[in-house]
Design a binder for this molecule. Sequence first.
Ligand SMILES: [Zn+2]
Length: 414
Amino acid sequence: MRRLYLLCLILLGPLLTCRAHNTVSVDLTIRPENQTFACRYELGASFGQARGSCTFNLNRKFRLAQASSPHLRDYTATPFFDAFQQDTLLRITLRFESPVRHEKITLRYGGAIPERFRTDSLAEFTASANWLPNLPDHEYDLVRYQLTVHTPAGYEVISTNEPRRARAGTFVFAGLAPNIELTAVAARRFTRLRAPQGVVRVYKANGAPHHRDSLLLRDATAIVAYHNRIIGRQDPIRRFRILLPGTNRNAFGLLDNCAVITYSDFDTRKPADLLILAHEISHKWWGWGRWNTRENWLNEGFAAYSGLLYLRAAGDTASYRKELAKYRASAAQAPVSLLRFDAGKDMGYFRPVIYHKGALALADLHARLGDEAFFQLLSATAAARVATTEAFLRLVERHTDRATRDWLVARLSS
Ligand SMILES: [Zn+2]
């Protein structure tokens, strides 16, 4: 019986683990001279269960020209306030003639490139621009994609990976990545930095190379090496890109081995900037918790603590302690525990709870377990792409004991 069970596992294992991904084909035309764009987004969706409608969220400033699909009856596009993003988005709802399990849906839209995502000769289509239609609550679902970008001659397009094809005016990228992370940065010129045989590449749009960029490359390389030793033991970073569009807005890390740092004065000699870099690179592993729920602590709490771990390992224990003290002061202001955080009403405490309480709980777990047991747990969590607190607690119990799990539940409830 046991042998039969094992045989079944061997035969079925690959089938069970091979999940079908939705397919996405995007055709993006960027017109930097008048700061507009046009996009055709085509989703090959499998719904699991037959359904009579499908909804997408999109940046409300874009104009939806057309929605179409083989079984479409009608569609609406109405603005709504998204409590998590604290922004009004466009909710596109397609209703089908009859329930469908699979559907190829095409959305055509365009408009002005938002001001925060462009400069004179640069256009940034990245995760923080909401430039792609997303299925609500499935923004980070992996999709098998092809992204074709058209630009005027004289522009180059950089993404999270190398183009499959590139010739004057047309760049084609493909891969498996979260829908929200499909990336195209178009500029007249990119400066490339890479150490010989280095894992990290830096792409700086337009501006002249600066000494700070070389330091960024050096520090990012050291961070990737450290994170691979601690977090990525089972799933290491083999290639990593840092995009510098110079749009001066924010910094964010992608699951798809890439970070976007928009600050033009970013300087890793400052501990705060080095911490941002170590945090963002660690998002290569920390991004599977649903972003608009308390499970986001599995992304931001873990990334915050990963950044701190690097500061400490790099010898800057003063900044490490100072940051932890800041987190403690911030967490003390939040009257809600991590396990009781409700994104519907507690968004005012998002950072103190999701980032700071999350990181502090990990710091305490680290102190309880010691370095080696904690790092084993961290790398197992990363490799398992843990997406829920319950799954993390199960992993904690498997790697330690029931008492530690119970202790952590109590810790996350405070
Ligand atoms: Zn983060």
